[in-house]
Unconditional design. Structure first.
Length: 248
């Protein structure tokens, strides 16, 4: 199995790479920093929002691998934390470009390769912010909702070619990126970091944050033959989010 993972240098993407490698897959990651790549993985430094860079990446993938079996379009950034009237248009564009356009470009270039081989699985990383509205995170939520619309369309469009598409919606995932979100939300809402953290945890029925490996395990399932008829689905890995706003 040949697996390409965008933003695989850390966090969820890195955990996906580990999980697929453990399942016996060949792993190729992209990121802005690929300095810490395990032995046996391929890696490319790529800006996922650049069409020319993504085109070059997929040319290299086809030359080296001859195709790709699983695409995990995982690249994303948190974007600004602010009331909608305080969000700068440039910050909006940057957030949407990386999160949504990056996923679109990955699918755009993977689709022809998968069509030629008559099979493939596309796994897009959305978010619970793509299921619920999300106060003070308008660009991020809009992009993650957009990913679900993209996924649903890919599933319908590519299904006749034997290609599946699904979206994973992680909840609050432990790690450095989430710590930044917690600090920014605490400042924006006049709360402490711990109060925001507790709000996120209490907003799930399982009263827990998510580990990156939990998301990775779902990606491996969706990329496997065990999920051969699972397509067009939005699957939350979030401990069942009940309330996306930790202040309420």
């Amino acid at each position: 199995m040949r697996v390409l993972i965008t933003a695989g240098g850390s966090g969820i993407g890195f955990a996906m790479g580990q999980a697929f490698a453990e399942a016996g897959a060949d792993v190729w990651i992209t990121d802005l920093d690929v300095s810490a790549v395990p032995d046996g993985w391929r890696a490319s430094t790529v800006d996922v929002s650049s069409e020319s860079a993504m085109a070059e990446l997929f040319k290299e993938v086809e030359t080296t691998w001859g195709g790709v079996d699983v695409l995990c379009a995982n690249a994303g950034i948190a974007g600004p934390t602010a009331a909608v009237e305080d969000v700068a248009l440039e910050d909006w564009k940057t957030c949407v470009s990386v999160n949504l356009e990056g996923a679109f470009l990955a699918a755009k270039f993977a689709a022809p390769m998968m069509k030629r081989q008559g099979s493939g699985a596309i796994v897009l990383t959305s978010s619970t912010a793509g299921i619920y509205g999300y106060p003070n995170r308008a660009p991020y939520a809009a992009a993650k909702w957009g990913i679900i619309g993209l996924m649903k369309t890919l599933a319908m469009e590519l299904g006749p070619n034997g290609i599946r598409a699904n979206a994973i919606c992680p909840g609050a995932v432990e790690g450095p990126r989430m710590e930044g979100v917690l600090e920014r939300e605490a400042t924006a809402k006049g709360m402490t970091r711990d109060e925001v953290y507790e709000g996120y945890a209490k907003g799930t029925s399982m009263r827990s944050f998510v580990e990156a490996r939990d998301v990775a395990n779902m990606a491996v399932f969706l990329g496997s033959d065990a999920a051969r008829l699972v397509s067009g689905q939005v699957i939350a890995v979030d401990g069942h989010t009940e309330n996306p706003d930790p202040k309420l």
